[in-house]
Design a protein around this ligand. Sequence first.
Ligand SMILES: [Zn+2]
Length: 128
Amino acid sequence: MTDHSHKQLSSVMAGLMGRCPRCGKGKLFDGFLTPAPRCEVCGLDYSFVDSADGPAFFVMFFAGFVVAGSALVVEMLYGPPYWVHALLWGPLILLTTLVPLRPVKGLLIALQYHHKAAEGQLVGRDAP
Ligand SMILES: [Zn+2]
């Protein structure tokens, strides 16, 4: 394993744990999903953070596959009344969306930091 892949792996783990992608110690979030202004340990400015709809998209994609697939299987096998579906899939939707949302957002922020992903910027003609 090279230093580069080791650094990426630790950034990924820090993101999944909701920690600063640079030092891995400071808190990344100030609340459930709101990024803190900066790392309280190393001072990394989190103003670069722009995960937009990425975390919600990946989580909805996963949750929709699991919940809709489970509902179809249960309906085909048992044909229960609708109130059983409401009782089963409401909590499963909450579980499969709220639990992974924060780690996925942390992961995308860590990957954005690692790959220095940002909007394109105009470069002056004098730049090398
Ligand atoms: Zn830090």
